[in-house]
Design a protein around this ligand. Sequence first.
Ligand code: ISL
Ligand code: CA
Length: 533
Amino acid sequence: MSYLWWKHGVIYQIYPRSFQDSNGDGIGDLAGIIERLDYLNGSEHSLGVDAIWLSPTYPSPMADFGYDVADYEDVHPGFGTLATMDRLIEEAHKRGIRVILDFVPNHTSSEHPWFIESRSSAESAKRDWYIWRDPKPEGSPPNNWIAQFGGPAWEWDQRTQQYYLHSFLIEQPDVNWRNPDVEQAMHDVLRFWMRRGIDGFRIDVMDRIVKDPELRDNPPQPRREFGKLAQTLLQVHQYDQDWPDIMDYVRRIRAVVDEFPDRMTVGEVFGTPANIVRYYGGQTVDGLHLAFNFPLVRVWGERWTAELVRRRVREFEAALPPGAWPNWVVGNHDVDRVATRMNHDGLAADRARLAALLLLTLRGTPFLYYGDELGMENTDIPEEKLQDPARKYGRGRDPERTPMQWTPSGGFSRAEPWLPYGDLTRNVEDERADSDSMLAFQRKLLWTRRRSDALLVGAYADLPDVPDGVYAFTRTRGLDRTLTVLNFDTRPVAFDLPSALTVAATLAATHGNPPPSQRLELRGLEGRLLQLA
Ligand code: ISL
Ligand code: CA
């Protein structure tokens, strides 16, 4: 089997501010990540992940915690220097860990020199690097687009008497990718990092880098369930997202990444499976290597059922063109922790185990969000300690971005962390010593996966005849075959497996270490990974 790291490996997302602080300022940094690499891979004692994706590490005023980039070709001083990044790449590679940077091409910081020059005068050479427009005759913004974090997507510039477009914060002006000089400059950013040894890019807001050239008004959101909010805050992103010619730009990004061997891209896109797979390039698969598959992220509370999850997996598997490789996400820095999202009845910890078993045994690249391997939950943060500006317009994302929990007293920093710790009863040190812990369970899954051709490359098929509330699927590679069984119901269930599926061993289980048997007796929210004969 030919091993491709971004297909067969597990990608672990690090939020750099929150992983490890090395210099006692309460904020995580690159040297801190280097200190913790042994935790991630390099020996059989490690977690066993194959790549790390770092949320943005570039110089930034941190209006959106790094998603406002002031210089694409440097490192934020609080995180380190280019030399620290070089060392991180080298130390990671030594341990078999690839490094993926977060590329933020849709917008820069308003403090990026490009924007400073662009806004300096209407005649500036970089004026057209951003999206400037005259007001409507009565002075209002050029169209009705709204910013993702609330309010109009246009900001008035007094000096040059025009509006500029910002799909996110006012401090995040949208770049004009239709200007070939901009596209060239962005491609050069990718080359800059690949030359330094960066293995891939997670591409932020991939689906918005070009918009309708006529900037037409978006239609209002017709969905009644959003109520009044729909009128003022929500609209259908018909003209500023997934614009038809976006694939030309995506394909050219792919071509640049292909100038270097063994590199990859994963883009942030949304919507239906059909829309997601479009970004892989359709039948020609010459687009992104992976396009984030979020349907499992957008499931919470009581909606987390066997039927829904099975359907979502089927739909995505069916939509993928031949040659395109799936991927699965259950958590990231923008959504409630998986161990909190499904807590309507207080049983989220069990559901988080099921989610891990699902994530690590489905066909495709798993993305694992830091701390989810411990079962970290959202952290309740007192009002005065909240940081994320997005909270003013809706949901703040601080609760899922709190410091990594290394020891019973934290272990993230010798100073007070920039966000408070969550529940420290979940921490690496204690969970390592406990063979029943979430960490032990996930490590077992990760290492089992690494050694199993069936799990790495095997074909996926779900089992048709299972009791309600159960979702089960096989992964088959030649004679190697596994069966994942997940009881999504809180009630116990018992059933016999067909004789064609002969259970040879239990590879991993959410509860204890049940012996192999053809009759499965599962308690509520129990899951197992079985080796078939
Ligand atoms: O954060 C969200 C909901 O809580 C999303 O709507 C988010 O705005 C969207 O997923 C785009 O996210 C990406 O770009 C943003 C950045 O703030 C997010 O952290 C990033 O993942 C702007 O760069
Ligand atoms: Ca620090």
